[in-house]
Ligand binder design. Structure first.
Ligand SMILES: Nc1ncnc2c1ncn2[C@@H]1O[C@H](COP(=O)(O)OP(=O)(O)OP(=O)(O)O)[C@@H](O)[C@H]1O
Ligand SMILES: [Mg+2]
Length: 311
């Protein structure tokens, strides 16, 4: 069995130009002013090949959002982040680095200022790139049109609460695109929306990815969405990556019992009825600190108990 402590170590010193993101050995602890700290992420490695969509899945609390926040330096003050490397578009992290990454959050209402009109939000992003104030409104209206908002001139003058949830999420995507990213990070962009609107927003993400030539990280609870939208998938449990690979490798040849449990939890895929979370049903040895990665193929790896190594 080919095992490694952290596949990140195998990335070497220089970033591969065909990867938009190379993150290796990310750990995050929450350290309160008093009392002991809590480990939130342990040794997380994530690679996104250029032009591809990476799905990040795992149960609630598994560390999906924290991983994205760590990459974007949006962690809470009490968090301590360490990593071996984080390189985006060939540029390693350094203080003040401006990476071409934009994020779309789960709930657009918390990301939009309720007291500011839609136009304000958009022109503010445009202003970062376009010092000339004359054409900002025109660019903003064009951006609304691009994400499929009807009557963009009227929407431009409205407040966030006057738009539906789906429209607000379209505004968030328009804002993200105006920041001219190469990597778009979407954290459960459709959970707050009803099913038809969910499909429309996912179609929009797919559309902008193709037209703008973006790479995408998509966090979702929905494995059906991963199957439809993603090329690669990372499965997270208790702050670790327990399995990663192409969608076909992980869906058709799942190796870690947590991944198998998640796949079995898809309605219609299993006969049995299981209660409680999937992670509670996985043997502790599969998530223990000394578990190591077994490399199935160049892209497919999963965490194995150290006792199984060499057996
Ligand atoms: N601001 C915070 N301070 C302290 N701990 C936090 C904070 N935010 C999240 N956590 C903890 O970090 C862990 C990972 O949380 P995270 O938000 O990344 O989970 P998630 O996988 O995104 O879950 P969900 O699917 O519910 O969004 C959880 O144990 C959570 O309790
Ligand atoms: Mg989350």
């Amino acid at each position: 069995m080919n095992t490694v402590q952290s596949p990140g170590a195998e990335l070497g010193d220089t970033a591969r130009p065909d990867n938009i993101l190379e993150l290796a050995g990310l750990s995050v602890d929450i350290v309160p002013r008093r009392g002991p700290g809590t480990s939130i992420l342990r040794n997380v490695d994530v690679v996104v090949p250029r032009g591809q969509t990476l799905g990040v899945v795992g149960e609630s609390g598994s560390g999906k959002t924290m991983t994205l926040r760590a990459i974007l330096s949006l962690l809470p003050h009490s968090a301590q982040r360490v990593w071996e490397r984080c390189v985006i578009d060939g540029v390693p992290y350094s203080l003040g680095v401006k990476w071409p990454v934009a994020m779309v959050f789960q709930d657009p209402m918390t990301a939009l200022d309720p007291l500011r009109k839609i136009g304000f939000h958009l022109t503010e992003v445009i202003g970062r790139f376009q010092p000339d104030t004359k054409h900002r409104a025109k660019s903003a209206i064009a951006a609304l049109e691009e994400v499929g908002i009807d009557d963009p001139e009227r929407r431009f003058r409205q407040y966030p609460h006057e738009l539906s949830g789906g429209m607000r999420q379209r505004v968030m995507i328009a804002m993200a695109l105006l920041a001219r990213p190469k990597l778009l990070v979407a954290d459960e962009p459709t959970t707050a929306l009803d099913v038809t609107v969910q499909a429309q927003i996912l179609d929009l993400v797919r559309h902008v990815k193709n037209t703008e030539g973006l790479s995408v990280i998509l966090v979702t609870h929905d494995l059906g969405v991963v199957a439809e939208m993603c090329d690669q998938v990372v499965v997270m449990c208790a702050g670790r990556v327990v399995e990663a690979g192409t969608v076909d490798e992980v869906f058709y040849d799942a190796r870690h019992p947590y991944t198998v449990g998640l796949l079995d939890a898809i309605p219609g895929r299993s006969d049995g009825v299981a209660f409680g979370s999937v992670s509670e049903r996985v043997g502790a040895e599969w998530l223990s600190d000394d578990a190591v990665y077994s490399q199935v193929s160049e892209t497919h790896r999963y965490l194995v108990p150290s006792e199984q190594v060499g057996s």
